[in-house]
Design a protein around this ligand. Structure first.
Ligand code: GLN
Length: 446
C-alpha cells in the first residue's frame, strides 16, 4: 500500500530519496510467516516507516541530502533502525532533508526540494521536511526525523502532523550523522499523539554505543494518556506570543489554551527572558560543532572524491568545494571562525554561557508550571523560494523551536487548526525526561 501511494503522489511531493522495495517485501514476507506462530507481536508489527536520510541504514544508501555522501552505503544500522527492526516495522525507504540537516525548508537538499502536501507551492519545513511530508501525504504510517534546532517540530507544524523532539539523551544518536552533537536528537513524526508515543517507546533507551544516551528509566509513555489534565499548570511565555508571531497563529494558541482550560487546566503568562539571544547562540554553537563534525568528509573515508586534483591537499579542498552546498559551507566557515584562536572567547565561550542562562530560564518556569505552551512557528508554511535569498530570514523562522534544543528539554508540535487552509502547530514543552506529561496534554488536546 505504501509503495502504491508513493507511486501516486511522490512525483509531486518528492519526499523519498531512496526506495527499498525489494528488501521491504522480503521483510514483509518474513513477518507474514511469523504471524500466527506462538510469539506475541508488538503494536508496530508490519507498519511501514520512513527514515530520514541522516540515519544510517545497512546497505541502503544514506546521503544526508548531500552530494558528498551521494553514493555512501553504510555498513551498519543506527541503533534506532535496529530497534525498529526489533519492533517489526518495515523500512520503506530513505527520506529527503536539507543537506546535513541545515535548513528550515528542504530547499537545501542537493537532490530535490520536497513540497508541502497541503499546498505544493509551499515548503514542508526543514530539515526533516521529507519525513513530515511523507506522513502527511499518507506515504508511510510514520517516520523518523532529527531535531537539532527545530527540525522535527517545525516541519510537523507546517505539514499538520505530530512531531516530538525527545529530551537530549532519551534516544541513542549512534548512527545519526552528526551535525551539532550537543543538540541533535532523533524523534518520531506521526499522524496522532498516540502513535507518536508508541514510536518513542520503541526507539528510547540507554545505548552503550552513545555515551550521551541517558541511563534513565523509560516510562510507559501511554499510561498517562487518559484525557485528564485537571489541575495542570501551564506557563505561556510572553516572548512566544510577541513581535513576529502572526495574529492568526497567536489566536490559534489562545484557542488551544481555552480548550485546555475547559478540561480543567489553568494558564498564566510567564517569561523566558533570554529567548531573544537564542538564535544567535544556536547558530554560533551549532555551526562550531558542525565545523568540527564535518571535517571527516575529506574524500578519503566516505563518499564523494573529486577527479580534479593533482595532489593530496588539492584533493581535500576540491572534494569539499564540489561536495558541499552553499549553506553547509556558510556554516563551516562561521563555525571555524567562532572556534579560531582569536575569537573563541568572544563567540564560542560567550555563546556557551548564554546557553546556560537559557537553560536556567526553563528551569525557573518549571519550578511552578508543568508545561510551557506556545506556537511552534511564527507563521504557517511559507512559499517555495520565499526565503532562499536571505539566510537570516530563514534562520528567524526557528526562533520558537531553538530554545528547547539549547535547554535539552523535550518538545512536541501538535496540529492546532488551520490558517487560510494551512496547518498551524502548537508547541508543548516539559521538563527533562518528562515526555509523559507532554503526551498527556497533547492527547487531551487532540
Ligand atoms: N533550521 C535549523 C538549522 O538550519 C534546523 C536544524 C535542525 O534541527 N536540524 O540549523
Amino acid at each position: 500500500e505504501s509503495y502504491k501511494r508513493i507511486g501516486e503522489v511522490d512525483g509531486k511531493v518528492q519526499a523519498f530519496l531512496t526506495l527499498d522495495e525489494e528488501n521491504a517485501r522480503k521483510q514483509a514476507k518474513v513477518l507474514d510467516e511469523a504471524l500466527g506462530k506462538e510469539k506475541e507481536h508488538g503494536l508496530l508489527f508490519g507498519l511501514p516507516v520512513g527514515v530520514k536520510d541522516n540515519i544510517v541504514t545497512k546497505g541502503i544508501r544514506t546521503t544526508c541530502g548531500s552530494k558528498i555522501l551521494g553514493d555512501f552505503n553504510p555498513i551498519y544500522d543506527a541503533t534506532v533502525v535496529e530497534k525498529l527492526k526489533k519492533a517489526e516495522t518495515i523500512t520503506i525507504g530513505k527520506i529527503n532533508m536539507d543537506e546535513f540537516a541545515m535548513g528550515s525548508s528542504n530547499e537545501n537538499s542537493a537532490f530535490a526540494a520536497t513540497r508541502n502536501p497541503w499546498d505544493l507551492d509551499r515548503v514542508p519545513g526543514g530539515s526533516s521536511g521529507g519525513s513530515a511530508a511523507a506522513v502527511a501525504a499518507g506515504e508511510v504510517f510514520f517516520s523518523l526525523g532529527s531535531d537539532t534546532g527545530g527540525s522535527i517540530r517545525q516541519p510537523a507544524a507546517f505539514c499538520g502532523v505530530v512531531g516530538l523532539k525527545p529530551t537530549y539523551g532519551r534516544v541513542s544518536r549512534y548512527g545519526l550523522v552528526a551535525f551539532a552533537s550537543s543538540l541533535d536528537q532523533i524523534g518520531p513524526i506521526t499522524r496522532t499523539v498516540e502513535d507518536n508515543a508508541y514510536l518513542l517507546q520503541a526507539i528510547s533507551g540507554v545505548d552503550q554505543m552513545d555515551s550521551t544516551s541517558a541511563n534513565t528509566e523509560v516510562p510507559d509513555f501511554l499510561s498517562g494518556m487518559t484525557g485528564d489534565v485537571k489541575g495542570l499548570k501551564i506557563g505561556v511565555p510572553k516572548e512566544y506570543l510577541g513581535e513576529g508571531v502572526s495574529e492568526e497563529v497567536r489566536q490559534s494558541v489562545l484557542d488551544a489554551l481555552k480548550v485546555l482550560e475547559g478540561l480543567g487546566a489553568t494558564w498564566e503568562e510567564v517569561s523566558l527572558p533570554h529567548s531573544k539571544y537564542a538564535l544567535a547562540t544556536y547558530y554560533l554553537l551549532s555551526s562550531s560543532e558542525a565545523s568540527a563534525n564535518l571535517a571527516r568528509f575529506d574524500g578519503v573515508r566516505y563518499g564523494y572524491r573529486t577527479d580534479n586534483a593533482k595532489n593530496l591537499l588539492e584533493m581535500y579542498k576540491q572534494t569539499r568545494a564540489e561536495g558541499f552546498g552553499p549553506e553547509v559551507k556558510r556554516r563551516i566557515m562561521l563555525g571555524t571562525y567562532a572556534l579560531s584562536a582569536g575569537h573563541y572567547d568572544a563567540y564560542y565561550i560567550k555563546a556557551q554561557k548564554v546557553r546556560t542562562l537559557i537553560k536556567q530560564d526553563f528551569e525557573k518556569v518549571f519550578e511552578k508550571y508543568d508545561v510551557i505552551i506556545g506556537p511552534t512557528t511564527p507563521t504557517p508554511a511559507f512559499k517555495v523560494g520565499e526565503k532562499t535569498k536571505d539566510p537570516l530570514t530563514m534562520y528567524a523562522n526557528d526562533i520558537l523551536t531553538i530554545p528547547v534544543n539549547l535547554a535539552g528539554v523535550p518538545g512536541i508540535s501538535v496540529p492546532a487548526g488551520f490558517v487560510d487552509g494551512l496547518p498551524v502547530g502548537l508547541q508543548i514543552i516539559a521538563k527533562h525526561f518528562d515526555e509523559s506529561t507532554i503526551y498527556r496534554v497533547a492527547h487531551a488536546f487532540e
